[in-house]
Design a protein. Sequence first.
Length: 256
Amino acid sequence: MKIICIANSKGGTGKSTTTANLGSAIANMGKKVLIVDLDEQQSLTDKFNIDVFEDDSTCLMDCILMPQRISPDDIKIEITEFLDVLPVNGDKIRRYKESLTKDNFGVKQLKKVVDQISDNYDYIFIDTPGSKEIYTLMGLSVATDVIIPMRPNDDDMKSTERFLDFIEMAKQINPSLNISGILFTMTRKGNPNQEKYMKELFQGDDLEKTVFKTKIRNNIRIGMAGDKGNTSVNIDRSSNGAKDYNELAKEVLRWH
């Protein structure tokens, strides 16, 4: 069983989109998948049109704060036969940020949640915010692997370099954490300058061998699928985005 954290301290790199579509693609291949929303923006929860603002509704934060009373099985939402989601309420996750930081309380509590449910899945994917704060640290601390999405530009490269230092810090809590790969997102096929940039960026670096062969092309239809409460790989299978994430899923399965 693999727990893969999708993370980068830079916003807008496609973390939530990658979590949703990669998780869905692997589920479509017959693997049992759980997606965990650990992002204050609750983007992933919204992508699946999960309402966490109804009266008495519970979410991931309730499991983290009250594991004796609320289990992940109580809050998980079944999307398909092979795909479940642990949703989050953005208001709650922002409200309790400070209390989860002290003495790594959040890390310990999230591990309890994952331990309760991990035997039921082949893959768990964790979506994290674009920051180097507690929720990203929590995700990295319980994961076996991390995938780092980045756009092929200098700003994302600088942020990714700084984020690699943050991963080293997380390894003090989780020494077995493995960098599964760098994933280029929002690419433009046929752009010679961009192709050259991606080819040369990590050349000669230890990270060169971790860069995924699959590149996620810029595609507005990926975002439009989220408006319909699902992912491109499920409802827009002919789109470039769906094709790219299906190829990425095959690559991840080969690696793991």
